[in-house]
Design a protein around this ligand. Structure first.
Ligand SMILES: NC(=O)CC[C@H](N)C(=O)O
Length: 501
């Protein structure tokens, strides 16, 4: 690992956006690798995420601690996890101190410094932000003390003037760190210059002064046609356009919200495996499927109705932040019958975490954690929800796997777990001999026919051994993706825009 080389607290570079989806996460990730390639010690930071795409990382005290020791692990948003990998840093909970995981339209589970916090989950929005600022600032200060550069990502737009007073994620962070800010906009949508100018104009003077460059992202066409807009914008604001980044359809990095573009869902080659991933409203950890999108011959699609699973070779039920509610949604779409037909024909079904729980007989929730309900009945299992959340890295080996998933037999996998539910054989069914084959103790099961597989481990397809076993193929690694991004930074940015003083 790199050692700190610059004196004093880290230089702070912040990526702000004129809207969600402008490309902040992508650019922050690229900058993490760009500065790391200069031999600098780099850490990512985003004060607050709202996402059900979470990763399991070390807590500062538990950093380097024993895998599986309860309390040594915590959750952060996936984007900062990938940015840490790009920065060649060990991801830890301080990189995203506040994570809001939506469970319903008006309710989120609040995760502070990696751990679920029930008091904050029950608090109204405005009071909450005031109360968490000290922890956010402390996390940022620690990262600045330990690193040469902290690459900070903002959220949404910094010009939400209705939220300015309760801001803990955009300009308050920028002011606290004295960050050099880049404001990025999605030019493909149109209105980019108005977005840049309007965002800048709505900020108070001291905050405007922190904006040092505008970035035009997702540009298609002839760059010469942009003139004289960048010059006119600079006349009005004093801020130069420091980069124009072309549209990249298949950049290889999981999308922040995990929803991939179906138009680019195959890496090429004749399609041999069609995989439909059921996209329920509270789908979680779906960025774990990105590597499948990169396997030649695999076509990955989202399924929201029975027609979407027609002709699929595999149906995947992914993780869910609200298993019972998402299962009710799935039934309302008549997907339950479509999945049952597919399974009865011998088609492959894979349930991960919340998806595994749905495949069982029943969901039991005596504590009001998730919800009750009958399962899909494809595995004779029962899930009970506990107040305590299991959050850990896990390495395990598949036992004897039969049938359609037999290629996984004996394969060792590294993954991560994030769940309240605990799953076991249905006692009365087991007494009559109806048992699921347990492939990894308490973590993975299959039906006797072998085509229905459920497991608690996320991250299966990020494991090269699993891809090789299932497809005989390797997908491009994240390392290649990060290097391509850093090379892009070298081409598209005016070098002085990223120089550190
Ligand atoms: N990651 C998941 O899919 C979680 C499933 C379920 N909501 C639980 O907490 O047990």
């Amino acid at each position: 690992m790199t050692h700190k080389t610059l004196p004093g607290p880290a230089r702070a570079i912040m990526v702000l956006g004129t809207s969600s989806g402008a490309g902040k996460s992508w650019l922050a990730t690229a900058l993490c690798r760009h500065y790391s390639n200069q031999g600098l010690k780099v850490a990512p930071f985003k004060a607050q995420n709202m996402s059900n795409n979470a990763r399991v990382v070390a807590t500062p005290d538990g950093a380097g601690g024993e895998a599986g020791a309860f309390g040594a692990w915590g959750e952060i948003g996936s984007a900062q996890y990938f940015q840490a990998l790009a920065a060649r840093a060990a991801p830890d909970v301080r990189m995203n101190p506040l994570l809001l995981k939506p469970e319903a339209d008006t309710h989120s589970q609040v995760v502070l410094l990696g751990q679920v916090n029930n008091e904050l989950s029950a608090m109204p929005w405005r009071g909450r932000s005031a109360s968490v600022w000290p922890q956010i600032a402390a996390a940022l200060d620690e990262l600045r003390a330990e690193n040469d550069v902290v690459v900070i990502e903002g959220a949404g737009s910094p010009a939400e003037i209705n939220l300015h007073d309760s801001d803990v994620v955009n300009m308050r962070v920028a002011r606290h760190a004295g960050a050099r800010c880049l404001l990025v906009t999605d030019i493909d949508r149109g209105g980019a210059f108005a977005h840049l100018y309007g965002t800048w104009a709505l900020l108070p003077g001291d905050e405007r002064a922190l904006i040092q460059g505008f970035v035009l992202n997702k540009f298609r066409g002839d760059a010469a046609l942009l003139a004289p807009a960048p010059e006119l914008l600079q006349e009005k604001t004093g801020v130069p356009v420091v980069a124009t980044i072309p549209m990249q359809w298949n950049h290889g990095l999981p999308e922040e919200d995990g929803v991939f573009d179906m138009a680019t869902a195959t890496a090429g080659g004749a399609v041999h495996t069609r995989i439909a991933v059921v996209a329920y409203p509270r789908i979680s950890n779906l960025d774990e499927f990105q590597p499948l999108k990169n396997v030649p011959g695999v076509l990955l699609t989202w399924a929201r109705c029975p027609a979407d699973v027609e002709g699929a070779d595999w149906i995947i039920l992914p993780g869910s932040k609200a298993t019972a509610a998402d299962l009710a949604w799935l039934r309302a779409q008549a997907l339950d019958a479509a999945i049952a037909r597919h399974a009865a024909r011998g088609g492959r079904v894979l349930g991960i975490c919340g998806g595994l729980q749905m495949l069982g007989e029943a969901l039991i929730d005596t504590l009001g954690v998730d919800g009750n309900g009958p399962g899909l009945g494809l595995l004779p299992l029962v899930t009970s929800f506990e107040a305590r959340k299991t959050v850990r890295h896990t390495r395990a080996r598949f036992g004897e796997v039969r049938g359609a998933w037999a290629a996984l037999a004996g394969v060792e996998v590294a993954g991560y777990e994030i769940h309240h539910g605990q799953t076991a054989q249905h006692p009365a069914m087991a007494a009559k001999g109806d048992v699921a084959r347990e492939l990894i103790p308490r973590l993975a099961w299959q039906n006797p026919a072998g085509n229905v597989l459920g497991l608690y481990l996320h991250g299966l397809f990020e494991d090269a051994a699993v891809l090789r076993a299932l497809f005989g193929a390797d997908a491009p690694t994240l390392e290649q993706v990060f290097e391509r991004m850093a090379a892009g930074v070298g081409w598209w940015f005016a070098p002085e825009a990223l120089a550190l003083d």
